[in-house]
Design a protein. Sequence first.
Length: 77
Amino acid sequence: MSVAGFSFTGGDIPGFYGSPVPEDLIIDFYRMGAWFPFMKAHSHIDSMFRDPWFYSERVQAEIRNAILQRYSFIHYM
């Protein structure tokens, strides 16, 4: 679809392989990922889970805000 002009790109949030990153960086990953057309929380099977509910309440609130902002602008992406 990208060849036809439809951008369908995105990364694994917050990273795919390795040990978890600091919580502030996780929040930044979700804030950035919210602006990509394809957003997914995904990781390697041998890595720790990257799903939002595995983090603290503060991080969950920030992720929720990023996702809500994404859906408020979804028609423009």
